[in-house]
Write a protein that binds this ligand. Structure first.
Ligand SMILES: CC(=O)SCCNC(=O)CCNC(=O)[C@H](O)C(C)(C)COP(=O)(O)OP(=O)(O)OC[C@H]1O[C@@H](n2cnc3c(N)ncnc32)[C@H](O)[C@@H]1OP(=O)(O)O
Ligand SMILES: O=C([O-])CC(=O)C(=O)O
Length: 379
């Protein structure tokens, strides 16, 4: 009898083709529909990257204009979504709020069960447009603040920050936020996208697939790592009066101790990239801009202290969640809101994959090797 080969965690297994993005650990590059993500982050709005992921090409000027109008007119939250959020306790995690809100948006949608390419695109675009208001509404209710409505004169990133904080963000902050959204948008068959594809493969609807993907993203081995990074910074202690060097020394000592205790430190390591995450340099540059903008050199110290100690001890590099966490902290988001920000970005990649899966579907149903009790009988 030949022995069944087990692929624990599906590590190294290629399960299907995709045209959405290419993650290349050898060249440390990430392409969205062929374009290097760094180029997109430097030159393109997140709205146009969303279009690119769905359509395969960047929009023409006419397409971008009508897409902009559509997106801006679909930003407001439906009353029953607000009511559903209000029913949730403030003690629940904001990811639970995001997951519930997407479920209600699905229940609301007149084309929920229509899986034609046109209906899928319409639902994806509307979800993309409405989700920032979910995050902003939840962030404000947790601070006891009234909701702030969307503004049609602002782009996606500027409006997101406006609805959350109730004031116009500085252009540098809008740029850093736009960059983070683009870098978070898509990453081939990661755990949450694969979850979305598994759900789609049963011919379930788009909102069910996104709801399931949110569940997969919540865990600290995946999207939940961005908030876990901040919890590490908080555990070490953020001291605003400290120099970069002082903070780095304390962070290094913390990391040495954590690794001596064989702890896993979130924000480091990656299943696919083994010599560094392609997105980190771009996100780190955005973090540096925010450190300068807000005048917070101690954050750089904590960042570099942990990174250096991990590199020296284990040679493990940071992933995207590592610079993204402190960037969102500096912008003013509560730590628990970081992973919902990841949802807002990844809705684009998830829905592109849902459409791709649907267009060339095969039920995803792997095999398992049984190792339980031999056959036995009740009498
Ligand atoms: C946007 C994203 O989702 S990026 C990923 C975000 N997730 C995190 O940051 C969580 C922390 N990182 C990890 O848990 C892992 O690196 C993963 C889950 C991302 C990838 O894991 P895998 O490819 O399965 O590698 P695995 O977890 O087996 O690690 C291999 C070795 O490196 C070590 N290692 C990997 N990551 C870390 C880490 N963050 N801290 C300490 N050690 C680590 C493991 O302990 C293991 O060591 P061993 O061989 O001595 O047992
Ligand atoms: O690709 C992965 O496994 C995780 C990741 O970086 C992402 O989803 O952005």
């Amino acid at each position: 009898m030949t022995e069944t080969q087990i692929h624990k965690g599906l590590a190294g297994v290629t399960v299907d083709t995709t045209s959405v993005s290419k993650v290349n650990p050898e060249s440390n590059s990430l392409l969205y529909r062929g374009y290097p993500v760094q180029e997109l982050a430097a030159e393109v709005s997140f709205e146009n990257v969303a279009w690119l992921l769905w359509h395969g090409e960047l929009p023409t000027e006419t397409e971008a204009k009508s897409f902009r109008t559509f997106e801006r007119s679909h930003r407001a939250l439906a009353d029953n979504v607000k009511a559903a959020i209000d029913l949730l306790p403030l003690t629940c995690h904001p990811m639970d709020v995001g997951r519930t809100a997407v479920s209600v948006l699905g229940a609301n949608h007149p084309k929920a069960e229509d899986s034609s390419p046109e209906a899928e695109l319409e639902k994806a675009t509307e979800l993309f447009a409405a989700f920032p208001a979910v995050v902003a509404y939840d962030q404000r209710r947790r601070r006891g603040l009234d909701a702030v409505g969307p503004r049609e004169d602002l782009g996606y990133a500027a409006n997101f920050l406006w609805m959350t904080f109730g004031e116009e963000a500085a252009p540098e902050v809008v740029d850093a936020f736009n960059t983070s959204m683009i870098l978070y948008a898509e990453h081939s068959f990661n755990a949450s996208t694969f979850t979305a594809r598994v759900i789609t493969s049963t011919l379930a609807d788009l909102h069910s697939a996104v709801t399931g993907a949110i569940g997969a993203l919540k865990g600290p081995l995946h999207g939940g790592a961005n908030e876990a990074v901040m919890h590490t910074f908080e555990e070490i202690g953020i001291r605003e009066d400290e120099s970069t060097q002082e903070a780095a020394a304390r962070a290094k000592a913390w990391m040495d101790d954590a690794l001596a205790q064989k702890k896993k430190v979130m924000g480091f390591g990656h299943r696919v990239y083994k010599s560094g995450d392609s997105r980190v340099p771009t996100m780190k540059a955005a973090l540096d801009d925010m450190i300068k903008h807000y005048g917070r050199p101690e954050i750089l110290g904590l960042y570099e202290g942990l990174e250096t100690a991990m590199q020296e001890a284990k040679g493990i590099k940071p992933n995207l969640d590592y610079p993204a966490g402190p960037t969102y902290h500096l912008m003013g988001f509560d730590t628990e809101m970081f992973t919902p920000l990841f949802i807002a970005a990844r809705i684009t990649g998830w829905t592109a994959h849902i459409m791709e899966q649907r267009a060339s579907n095969s039920l995803i149903r792997p095999l398992s090797a049984y190792e339980g009790q031999d056959e036995r009988h009740l009498s």
